[in-house]
Structures are given as C-alpha cells and as structure tokens.
Design a protein around this ligand. Structure first.
Ligand code: FES
Ligand code: FES
Length: 158
C-alpha cells in the first residue's frame, strides 16, 4: 500500500496488525514521532492526519490509506533557496526554550500546530483545553502554553 507522508509517497507492506507509529519509526526511519505509553494516553506519538492531531500508536495502516500524514519531519517548509523555514510552533518552542527532557515535545508541537491551524488566535483557556491531552512528565506545561500563544503571534506576523 502507499502512504503519503510529508508530501512524499512511501510503499509499505499492508498489515492489519501494524500501527502507523511503528511503520514510521522502524520501517521509514521517521523517528521524530515518539513512543510513550502505546495506548493513546500520553500524546507523545501525535502526528497529523489530514490536518487533525492523531495518536499514531492507535492508528492502523488501513485507516490512513489515501490520507495526508504529517509528522514532525514535515512541519518545516523549504525556502526558495533550499533552507528550511521552521513552523511558527517550532520557532516559539525554541525561542522560549520549552523543552526539559524533550521526550514529549514532538507530540506537543504537532498537537499545537493542529490547534493553531484550526484556531489561529486561541485564548489561554482554549490553549489549555487544546493541549490538555498531551502529557509532559517534566511538567513544562506553563512554558508549553506560553509557547503556543507565542506561536500564534509569530504566525500572525508578530
Ligand atoms: S504513545 Fe501514543 S498516546 Fe502515548
Ligand atoms: S519535556 Fe520531558 S516529558 Fe515533556
């Protein structure tokens, strides 16, 4: 079967028992997506499917055929000179030095990017609600929330 990931087509063996998370990591080498709990609780495996933040540990291959998958590796865009333009969420997370151990960050960033796509100017309450299901064992929640707000500013040209 074909998978469309970050704008490229990949051929992978269809298997009813394989989740997208392990195909991304083990077969395609896209290790930006992290394995945490494996049961849909932590959010560290969050990617986007057709723009919707989705837990790849719970996503079977058959559910994503014909859909657009985006992982952390595909969040930045390429400038005409070939350099990379970071996504506003990536810029904000770096600017505010959000990470501690960093393990949850890929999922946090993918969740935040989907949140801002849906709501470009979220209130603090909307940020808290939108990021609520992504856990951070280091407790970086205040910085994560500030960075999502900052990303919204950056995306708006601020
Ligand atoms: S690894 Fe998928 S939600 Fe925890
Ligand atoms: S920064 Fe360590 S788990 Fe979030």
């Amino acid at each position: 079967m074909d998978l469309s990931i970050n704008g490229k087509l990949y051929q992978v063996e269809d298997s009813p028992n394989r989740t997208l998370l392990w195909v991304l990591r083990d077969e395609l080498g896209l290790t930006g997506t992290k394995f945490g709990c494996g049961v849909g609780i932590c959010g560290s495996c969050t990617i986007q499917i057709d723009g919707v933040a989705t837990r790849s540990c719970l996503t079977m291959l058959s559910q994503v055929e014909g859909k657009q998958i985006r992982t952390l590796e595909g969040l930045a865009t390429e400038n005409p000179d070939g350099s990379l333009q970071l996504h506003p969420v990536q810029e904000a997370f770096i600017e505010l030095q959000v990470h501690q151990c960093g393990y949850c960050m890929s999922g946090q960033i993918m969740q935040a990017a989907a949140l801002l796509d849906e709501n470009p100017a979220p209130s603090e309450e909307e940020i808290i609600a939108g990021m609520d299901r992504n856990l951070c064992r280091c407790g970086a929640y205040p910085r994560i929330r500030k960075a999502v707000a900052r990303a919204a500013e950056i995306a708006a040209g601020g």
